[in-house]
Design a protein around this ligand. Structure first.
Ligand SMILES: Nc1nc2c(ncn2[C@@H]2O[C@H](COP(=O)(O)OP(=O)(O)OP(=O)(O)O)[C@@H](O)[C@H]2O)c(=O)[nH]1
Length: 222
């Protein structure tokens, strides 16, 4: 079993698939967020590059494969189109053959291997589980500045079954789904200790043009 922090030596892990969510409409941005560029590299390219450092297989959750063919990454369309990120997670989990699945939205330009690795280390170590015989958490989700971040989190493949039911019944509130998972919610201070830096920048996400401008400023500061 992988110890917390071991990812630094043994990544990428064949036990984990990376699922990149890129099937949204980007209505608020007014342009496909995944294809916006930061410092000459598109967001989707940045995200693939980051996840490849940690995950042994990459799945792109999107419904317009032509936009992403140049990446050479396996594309999985939604089984329930037009239902939002939960439908993207569902389809990719169904397609995955890995026990753990690292979901990342394509609109988070500063996700880092350090954060992904910290979450994976906790998942593999089964931290937070009182009963050593228990199966362990169904998900590992960061809590940063008091908010859960289910679109940058780890899920067991088996959690697809609950999603399927919710999608069939039209129960599309992400927080309701997370509540039914036996999720390990990882507090900010624990992540900071594991990463050696604050995780706040890593969960910055872009919805509107002004967020993109802010991301360009933040990137230039690096
Ligand atoms: N596969 C899939 N991904 C989605 C879907 N809706 C949103 N996403 C992804 O989930 C993440 C968060 O999306 P949002 O910002 O909530 O929605 P969006 O549709 O991209 O943007 P808006 O139209 O402005 O709400 C992004 O990475 C999206 O690409 C969907 O229906 N299917």
């Amino acid at each position: 079993m992988m110890e917390v922090g071991e990812w630094r030596r043994s990544s990428p892990s064949e036990r984990v698939a990376g699922i990149i969510l890129a099937g949204g409409a980007s209505r608020r941005m007014g342009a496909n967020k995944a294809l916006l560029s930061l410092n000459g590299e598109s967001l989707i390219e940045r995200t693939v590059r980051c996840l490849e450092q940690v995950c042994g297989r990459i799945l792109l959750s999107a419904n317009d494969p032509d936009s992403f063919r140049h990446l050479g990454v396996e594309c999985v369309p939604d089984v329930y189109p037009g239902q939002g990120p939960m439908a993207g997670i569902h389809a990719a989990l169904m397609a995955s053959d890995r026990p753990w699945n690292m979901v990342a939205a394509c609109d988070m330009p500063f996700i880092s291997p350090a954060l992904l690795g910290a979450l994976l280390g906790l998942a593999e170590a089964g931290q937070g589980q009182g009963d050593p015989a228990a199966a362990g958490p169904g998900a590992v989700i960061p809590v940063i500045q008091g908010r859960i971040h289910p679109l940058l989190a780890l899920y067991r493949k088996e959690t697809a079954a609950g999603l399927e039911r919710r999608l069939q019944e039209g129960e599309l509130r992400m927080t309701d789904w997370v509540e039914e998972l036996d999720a390990l919610l990882v507090p900010e201070d624990q992540l900071e200790a594991l990463m050696g830096c604050s995780p706040r920048k890593a969960v910055f996400n872009m919805n509107r043009p002004e967020d993109y401008e802010e991301a360009c400023r933040m990137d230039a500061e690096d």
